[in-house]
Ligand binder design. Structure first.
Ligand SMILES: Nc1ncnc2c1ncn2[C@@H]1O[C@H](COP(=O)(O)OP(=O)(O)O)[C@@H](O)[C@H]1O
Ligand SMILES: N[C@@H](CC(=O)OP(=O)(O)O)C(=O)O
Length: 528
């Protein structure tokens, strides 16, 4: 175990004596597959030393795309199209009732859970029926329909805890934001402050031995939670609870041991990272490795609360810590020194770490590249603005862009349900110049806080691709300088990930650890 790991654990142990809070967020598939493990091996264990609050997503028995949230969103679509939404609701009801019967042994707890489940589903049905009659589903209504997923999942988890001898409290957050809340400034700091305070007070008022189980859905927001935050909003909810109670740690429990140097399903040699910075975690999520919702981190980190990604199926593993490499944790008696400025490090040190230059590699699929050659000799005034306005009108987001005097290339992720929007956007963009569209592409991104410091890393990455005879359609270095990306053909993705990983993330230097925090520790050693 590294010094860093020890120091994090020791802070937790220290604070355990004060019975500080640990906030645990469970994803939909974890609730679906491992509910008893969550209660017996994780919640009960942590509750021995900490106050624990649990935040759950909607249940998925297999994958998120077949989970309750996806089914509810589909039901809303079907209702809008005047179709049979009732059949979909029946599937959701059967799934939850059967799940309750499978896991809950006490007949009184089981009966109550089934009654509560059916009551919530009946309310969802009313909403869907009303939407069908009116012929409209507002973002607010869609949010309320979607909230059913988290309500059902949390009713079940709270009941399961009671069934296993714990005291629990089901907390429905769907009304936590008052209808008259002034949202003039959107999701600003005041909103987050308000929400974390409210969330904090809901859990702090409970008896010490009661485990709050909070719906990760946290109320109606303007424009809708889906538009404002997007799927994965329960991560943000858990983060705000952590801030509200000044938790010792926010834990995001998944079905993977933590954050790896690459998706372990695609790169068998991928290594578990001890720690990554919030910027790296956000970048990895954005560019295809669904690690944690990017909004989650800002507020938690401001409150100096570390985030730990852990595996429900391997609770004893250390997980990965997300924390900045340049600020001290709350509760640390002797804050670590800030990392040495790179330029102040001895050249021998820089040379010996020259290969430890990236943290992880990731890939984003379903990418379409649009090239536009302007009709004019140079890009005229308003050309780019017009492109972005058009894409925005069709709710299309550009992941990468590169421009020359008369030419713009853009890479966008297009999900199957966005094809129609893409088609219309292309029709409009064609008026601006010659346009060609390349499909079946992928963005491969090398992510690392240190990338900015290592000259030549981009060249190395592109050389690996060239050696593998992988054609590069577009390249880009992210504005924040912690990401170097290349657009390639989808069929080459796995080969690209594995070869870049082998050349730039494996080997003797990397084996010693390559995260920015490791770099900081090394830098401190050099200084002392
Ligand atoms: N760099 C990475 N580190 C860890 N997991 C990754 C990475 N890139 C992609 N993944 C994938 O992300 C998934 C996230 O875990 P999972 O528990 O399935 O998510 P959720 O809790 O959101 O349902 C894993 O299946 C893993 O294969
Ligand atoms: N249930 C919601 C919110 C969520 O946070 O999901 P997950 O925790 O499984 O990423 C969704 O599927 O989008």
């Amino acid at each position: 175990m590294s010094d860093l790991q020890l120091s994090y654990n020791s802070v937790l142990d220290l604070q355990a004596k004060n019975n500080g809070w640990v906030i645990q967020k469970y994803g939909g598939t974890s609730v679906g597959k491992f509910p008893e493990k969550i209660v017996n091996d994780i919640v009960k264990e942590f509750a021995n030393h900490h106050r624990v609050a649990v935040v759950c997503s909607a249940r998925s028995s297999h994958t998120k795309s077949e989970g309750t949230t996806s089914r509810l969103l589909k039901a809303a679509d079907v209702a809008y199209d005047n179709g049979d939404y009732k059949t979909l609701l029946d599937v959701i009801e059967d799934d939850h009732v059967q799940n309750a019967q499978k896991y809950i042994h006490d007949s009184e707890i089981l009966q109550k859970l089934i009654v509560d489940t059916k009551k919530e589903i009946a309310r969802g049905e009313e909403l869907l029926k009303a939407s069908q009659v009116i012929g409209e589903i507002s973002p607010r209504t869609l949010d309320s329909i979607m909230s059913l997923g988290e309500k059902l999942s949390c009713l079940f988890m709270a009941a399961l805890m009671e069934d296993h001898g714990l005291r629990s409290a089901y907390i429905d957050l769907s009304n936590i934001i008052p209808l008259d809340y002034d949202f003039n400034n959107g999701f600003d700091d005041n909103f987050y402050k308000f929400l974390s305070k409210e969330l904090g007070s809901r859990v702090s008022n409970l008896d010490d031995d009661v485990i709050p189980v909070l719906t990760g859905y946290f109320g109606v927001v303007p424009g809708g939670l889906l538009n404002g935050v997007g799927r994965g909003y329960t991560d943000l909810c858990a983060a705000l609870v952590a801030v509200g109670v000044q938790a010792d740690e926010l834990q995001v429990w998944k079905e993977v041991d933590g954050i790896f140097t690459a998706d372990p399903r695609k790169v068998p040699n991928a290594r578990l990272l001890e720690s990554v910075t919030p910027e790296e975690a956000a970048e990895l999520t954005y560019y295809g490795s669904e690690v944690i919702h990017p909004f989650t981190m800002e507020q938690v980190i401001k409150a100096k609360i570390p985030i730990r990604i852990k595996n429900v199926d391997n609770p004893a593993g250390p997980g990965t810590i997300i924390f900045p490499d340049n600020i001290a944790r709350r509760g640390e008696e002797t804050p670590p020194h800030p990392p040495a400025a790179y330029e102040t490090l001895p050249s021998s040190y820089i040379a010996s770490h020259a290969k430890r230059s990236a943290t992880a590699i990731t890939a984003k699929l379903d990418i379409v590249v649009i090239n536009i050659h302007s009709n004019k000799k140079t890009l005229s005034h308003g050309f780019l603005a017009h492109i972005f306005t058009t894409l925005d009108n069709y709710k299309l987001v550009v992941d990468l862009i590169s421009t020359s005097e008369v030419h713009v290339s853009m890479a966008l992720q297009i999900q199957p349900d966005q094809e129609h929007q893409l088609k219309n956007a292309i029709l409009e963009l064609r008026k601006m110049g010659t346009l060609d569209v390349t499909r079946n592409m992928a963005i491969v991104s090398l992510v690392g806080k240190q990338l900015v410091n290592f000259i030549g890393i981009a060249g190395n990455m592109f050389k690996v691709l060239a050696d593998e005879r992988i054609n590069i359609e577009m390249i880009s270095q992210g504005a924040n300088e912690i990401n170097i990306s290349a657009v390639i053909n989808t069929k080459d993705t796995i080969r690209a990930l594995q070869s870049i990983h082998a050349k730039l993330l494996e080997g003797r230097y990397v084996d010693e650890g390559s995260s920015p925090v490791d770099l900081r520790l090394e830098a401190l050693k050099v200084q002392n």
